[in-house]
Design a protein around this ligand. Structure first.
Ligand code: DC
Length: 225
């Protein structure tokens, strides 16, 4: 069976960790669409363009050439030819990515790139609008979520492990604000697709979530969903 798996959900739900593992199991390519929005956000941060300046962002998003390649199954993101992987995972870039992702020009450009990638090969793709907009015909769709407190704690531990200064309360506030923005924007807001399966990972281990999704894939292969 072709393997096109869409995993959507709010920030910190564990999408990328889970999606990477599923991709390995299914011998698919993992596509992290959040990293593309982050690379675009980084471009505007570096150029001193504020998130509220829709005109400049719409005009200049064409100047940010974002490309993707895969090395040993890991996605590498290039911004105008530079590997920007090391700059994308900060809260500042994440918040900027969320803010600029409301603009139609930005979404159009990145959705086209994502759809092109999925046409070339089997993918496990994670993001906010994969099941609803980017890959409406995905074989398996999952809406992966967890409580905001759990998600904040996970993000805190991820940042602390990297030695980044962070404050748990502030992270939870940011997560709630990011959820609000991602769920309430006009174009392709974050929501569970009608045919997506809800997986709440609050009380599940990574392996349990992976197994749940692999079992959904098996059910799909046997025609049970
Ligand atoms: O998954 P992430 O935290 O790396 O995503 C960063 C932001 O990018 C997220 O808050 C909203 C935006 N985004 C989006 O609008 N659509 C996607 N498919 C993926 C991310």
């Amino acid at each position: 069976m072709g393997c096109n798996i869409a995993i959507d959900g709010p920030a910190g739900a564990g999408k990328s960790t889970i999606a990477k593992k599923i991709a390995k199991e299914k011998h698919c390519i993992y596509v992290d669409t959040g990293a593309m929005y982050r690379a675009m956000g980084l471009y505007f941060l570096r150029n001193g363009i504020s998130a509220g300046d829709e005109r400049q962002i719409s005009e200049k998003c064409g100047e940010a050439d974002i490309t993707i390649s895969h090395v040993d199954g890991e996605q590498v993101v290039f911004l105008n030819g530079e590997d920007v992987g090391g700059f994308l995972r900060t809260e500042e870039v994440g918040n900027m990515a969320s803010s600029i992702s409301v603009y139609p020009e930005v979404r159009k450009k990145l959705v086209e790139l994502q759809q092109r990638l999925a046409k070339q090969t089997d993918v496990v793709m994670d993001g906010r609008d994969i099941g609803t907009c980017v890959l409406p015909d995905a074989d398996v769709k999952v809406y992966l979520t967890a409580g905001s407190g759990v998600r904040a704690k996970r993000r805190y531990e991820e940042l602390a492990a990297k030695g980044e200064a962070c404050d748990l309360e502030q992270i939870e506030k940011d997560i709630i604000e990011r959820d609000r923005r991602d769920m309430n924007r006009e174009i392709s807001p974050l929501r569970q697709a009608d045919d997506a399966v809800l997986v709440d990972s609050s009380d599940m281990s990574i392996d349990e979530v992976v197994e749940r999704i692999l079992s959904l894939c098996r059910e799909k292969e046997h025609g049970r969903i």
